[in-house]
Design a protein around this ligand. Structure first.
Ligand code: XMP
Length: 525
């Protein structure tokens, strides 16, 4: 879906920074649509989006090294403003004939920026010579600016910490305005988006619905559509939106893959039937999934297998629906894929690594018989929630904790078996029962249990026990891209551990996961 060309937008070219998605979010938070393409996207691809400005992201390379990602010189003939960030700035300097070199005065972390020119990028930050905190992360520095450029800010270690060529509207920042450790970063980005690029802030919930509905209508002009509905916020919003676009041509299919939490299937069916007026089918495919996963240890293989089995179920369901009526056949499958799923699966990125193959993106087999429609593939989670509210869905559905498509399979380290699922479900139920009433509300993005299939020695009823370990994880996050562990009260943690070791047969030890993302991820697999 091409949301970009509908409105003012900023295009980010990814040179491999871990912050590229954050940049896209920050631009959207300023009410301007933004998308990401790899650094080497073709000029035709770029022009098609009609961006009002380009941002070249940071990246881990050194611009003067052979094989480092390069910026196409054609970018500079597009006639639109360009902002390079960190590596993006260095690559501009390199391309335009300046000099970048390695330095022993590397800067990682906080630095004090001193403004030398506050005309545009640093407007409303303070007057000339104002000092402001910024976040640095670079080992290279700019020794010589290309002709036409001037330095507009410096730090103690970087004499050129920001630059501009005002005539050609090209800017560079050595620091990262997108991270919260650069407190004036949002204003600096706004200055680029509004003052330099002249965008109008049209990206808001109401503006999304009509073009999205129109796009779905265009994608599925005729024929029947099925929607993979899990009861989570993404697929529920995708279903509601598609329903608005195509009405009764849509049938939603809720698949029990045998990897759901305790009572999840009943709960989801009940709430979908209560709140949404959809054609809904329930398929219990537990046996099929568990058989396919037998003995599989590798997390990526698990995801691929689950993706494959989902598609098999949907293809069978499509046949069943076709057999039931002689109206036009099912030709499309709607999925609630989000932008981070697309990006993390490597579909839009430059050189940054594939993190995980989210089952509904990378897991799709090449020989799919149904055409896939992903109405939310350009949105972040918080945007989907706002959209859901706009579509009239109740808070109880919108604010459900995210639950991964591959379900408990990626919370059991190693092979998935029925006994391990039983243990994990029981432990997980205790986590849910204890965390929910603790009144932490939306502070907890996700709270769950993970089964670690190692066994440790314990003592139970005067006897030696040799049983499994359960890890409890509770994280705080805005969008699942970064996360911190929640400081759950100690007595709550104690109660959870006590209940799990006492009530769940086969577990004698509980640990609490204190990892942040990065370097960890939210799920263990
Ligand atoms: P990670 O583990 O990548 O998770 O930090 C980020 C968010 O995504 C969810 N997640 C998935 N969702 N298919 C999904 O539909 C997947 O394969 C998958 N892996 C992780 C995770 O629960 C968290 O909310």
């Amino acid at each position: 879906m091409d949301l970009a060309s509908h409105q003012d937008n900023i295009l980010i070219l990814d040179f491999g920074s871990q912050y590229t998605q954050l940049l896209a979010r920050r631009v959207r938070e300023a009410n301007v649509y933004s998308s990401i393409l790899p650094f080497n996207a073709s000029i035709t691809q770029i022009k098609r989006l009609r961006p009002k400005g380009l941002i070249l992201s940071g990246g881990p390379s050194s611009s003067y090294h052979l094989g480092a990602p390069k910026a196409s010189p054609k970018l500079f003939s597009l006639g639109i403003p360009i902002l390079g960030i960190c590596y993006g700035m260095q690559v501009i300097v390199q391309t335009k004939g300046g000099k970048v070199s390695g330095t022993t005065e590397r800067e990682y972390g906080p630095a004090t920026l001193k403004l030398d020119d506050t005309t545009d990028l640093f407007d409303q930050i303070g007057g000339k010579h104002t000092r402001t905190a910024v976040w640095m992360s670079h080992g290279d520095r700019i020794d010589r600016l290309p002709s036409g450029f001037t330095s507009i800010a410096h730090t103690a270690n970087a004499p050129i910490a920001a630059m501009c060529d005002r005539t050609r509207r090209i800017f560079g920042l050595q620091f990262h305005p997108e991270v919260i450790h650069t407190p004036k970063g949002a204003q600096i980005l706004r200055n680029f988006i509004y003052r330099v690029c002249g965008c109008s802030g049209t990206w808001n919930t109401t503006s999304w619905i009509d073009p999205m509905v129109a796009t779905v209508r265009k994608q599925a002009r005729s024929g029947r559509i099925i929607c993979a509905l899990s009861g989570g916020v993404d697929s529920t919003v995708a279903a509601a939106l598609t329903h608005r676009a195509v009405g009764d041509r849509l049938t939603c299919v809720f698949v029990n893959n045998g990897l759901l939490r305790a009572n999840e299937a009943q709960f989801v069916l009940h709430s979908l039937r209560t709140h949404l007026d959809l054609n809904l089918r329930y398929v219990d495919a537990s046996q099929q999934f568990l058989r396919a996963l037998k003995g599989v240890e590798d997390p990526e293989r698990k995801r691929k297998i689950i993706g494959r089995e989902f598609i098999r179920v949907f293809e069978t369901e499509a046949k069943n629906i076709n057999a039931l009526s002689n109206e036009s056949p099912v030709s499309y499958l709607v999925q609630g894929t989000l932008y981070p799923d697309v990006v993390e699966s490597g579909a839009t990125l430059g050189p940054s690594a594939v993190i995980k193959t989210h089952h509904n993106v990378g897991g799709l087999p090449a020989r799919m018989k149904l055409k896939v429609i992903e109405p939310l593939r350009n949105l972040f989670k918080d945007e989907v929630r706002r959209l859901g509210t706009e579509l009239g869905l109740p808070d109880a559905m919108i604010w459900r904790q995210p639950f991964p498509g591959p379900g408990l399979a990626i919370r059991i380290i190693g092979p998935v078996t029925r006994p391990s699922l039983k243990i994990l479900r029981e432990a997980d139920t205790i986590v849910q029962e204890e965390v929910k009433p603790a009144g932490l509300g939306r502070k907890v993005w996700q709270a769950f249990a993970v089964l670690i299939p190692v066994r440790t020695v314990g003592i139970r009823g005067d006897k030696r026990s040799y049983e499994h370990v359960v890890a409890v994880r509770a994280v705080q996050s805005d969008d699942g891209m970064t996360a911190d562990w929640v400081r759950l009260p100690h007595d709550l943690l104690g109660r959870i551990a006590h209940r799990i070791t006492n009530e769940v047969k086969g577990v004698n030890r509980v640990v609490y996961d204190l990892s942040t993302k990065p370097p960890g991820t939210i799920e263990w697999e």
